[in-house]
Design a protein around this ligand. Structure first.
Ligand SMILES: [Zn+2]
Length: 394
């Protein structure tokens, strides 16, 4: 038999009286209220950026990466060395073929809307493609992109200091205290050797067999005439569709300004499909659109399909040659202006910074804080520029 339930102790008189908070509790409440009103900024001790941004297919539009794209983003501190910013893109590759696993599909459309007969894709072919696609994308996109930390952003400085302003007093705990000697923080003093690390950018493309853990789906087809099939990425219902055979180099002759190099009619430029399409998955447009080439970049009554494509891919005699050589043109070179997905990620990791993260095509070592100009750089006036100086020029 269960023991009789303990009878609750009778209340003394009606409702219990709320306990009066102690002076310490009141002070702590005040500190919390102040922090909520005015949270620590990059110049304050204790401030940290958002280190990991994890996204799913269900992420809200406002939480997505460049151009509504989806990928994870991780920031890592390295003390006095540059930080590491890694974008992680997990792709779910889905075969489309006549077999039951491929949905019994025996025809498919390419990027130009041309219909192709589809062949069966074996498990081995699928596994080989996954591996090779990730290898190619990671090879091309990890060439040394870097973001230069803004001139007016002190949050990454090493050793941490705060240009004198916030090193005195504790502004978030009721403003600078009258007794400076007590609150002066020696670890935050700049003795002339302090550095401002920049941000090294890298990409990790992974294939996953777990649909729920993936950021995007790529449909794989094996068209019976693989050399003509145009692989494509599209945010519309058509989705991303790639040709599983398309792992080789496409070579095109790019038109060149005859005044610049009169002995040649053009330059042979090579590109692999996967690294270019991965650029689209990261939210990048073709180089001509990204740098706002003004004339005839879309097919219309005035612009033939060929002219529009030339404008988008940098294949026009009036455009600088590097447009054509760019990974989002017809080439394989990753230029600083291709760092837009990482720039967008940094502004999400560090929402407290309004100056732009200036992209550079090579790793720029940390700068001495005392040598940094006081005026913030803009994309157009920085010494790094990285292609953005050409925006809207053509
Ligand atoms: Zn493209």
């Amino acid at each position: 038999m269960a023991p009789p339930a303990k009878r609750p102790a009778p209340r003394p008189h009606g409702k219990p009286q709320p306990k009066q908070p102690t002076v310490q509790q009141q002070q702590w409440q005040q500190i919390q209220d102040d922090l909520l009103k005015d949270p620590p900024g990059p110049a304050d001790k204790g401030w940290v950026p958002q280190m990991n941004i994890l996204r799913t297919r269900n992420s809200a539009r406002s939480e997505r990466g460049l151009g509504n794209s989806v990928y994870d983003s991780h920031l890592k501190f390295n003390g006095a060395d540059n930080l590491e910013l890694t974008l992680v893109l997990r792709i779910f590759f889905m075969r489309i073929d006549p077999s039951p696993r491929g949905g019994y599909r025996d025809v498919g459309l390419d990027g130009n809307g041309v219909m192709y007969k589809l062949e069966e894709i074996s498990d081995q072919e699928l596994a080989d493609f996954r591996k090779e696609a990730c290898r190619q994308a990671n090879e091309v996109w990890n060439g040394g992109l870097c973001l230069v930390t803004p001139n007016d952003f002190v949050g990454f400085d090493w050793p941490s200091h705060a240009n004198g302003k916030a090193s005195v007093g504790m502004p978030h705990f009721g403003g600078p205290t009258p007794n400076l000697a007590v609150n002066f923080d020696m670890s935050r003093l700049d003795d002339g050797r302090a550095v401002r690390p920049n941000v090294n950018c890298s990409l990790r493309v992974e294939a996953t067999e777990n649909f729920a853990a993936s950021h995007t789906t790529v449909f794989l087809m094996a068209p019976s005439h693989p050399k003509d099939f145009v692989s494509y990425c599209s945010q519309s219902a058509r989705g991303n569709t790639w040709d599983i055979h398309d792992t080789g180099v496409h070579r095109k002759t790019v038109k060149q300004d005859p005044a610049f190099l009169s002995t040649f009619f053009g330059e042979k430029i090579g590109q692999r499909m996967v690294p270019h399409e991965v650029g689209h998955l990261l939210g990048l447009e073709h180089i001509g659109l990204h740098l706002k080439v003004g004339q005839c970049v879309y097919q219309s009554d005035q612009c033939s399909r060929e002219e529009a494509s030339g404008g988008q891919y940098g294949n026009r005699a009036n455009l600088p040659m590097w447009f054509g050589r760019d990974i989002m043109g017809l080439g394989s070179v990753v230029h600083a202006c291709n760092a837009a997905p990482w720039m967008a990620a940094m502004s999400q990791h560090v929402r407290e910074c309004s100056s732009p993260w200036i992209p550079a095509g090579v790793r720029i070592p940390p700068r001495r804080v005392k040598d940094i100009p006081s005026i913030p750089y803009t994309l157009q006036n920085s010494p790094y520029q990285g292609g953005f100086q050409e925006v809207g020029k053509y």
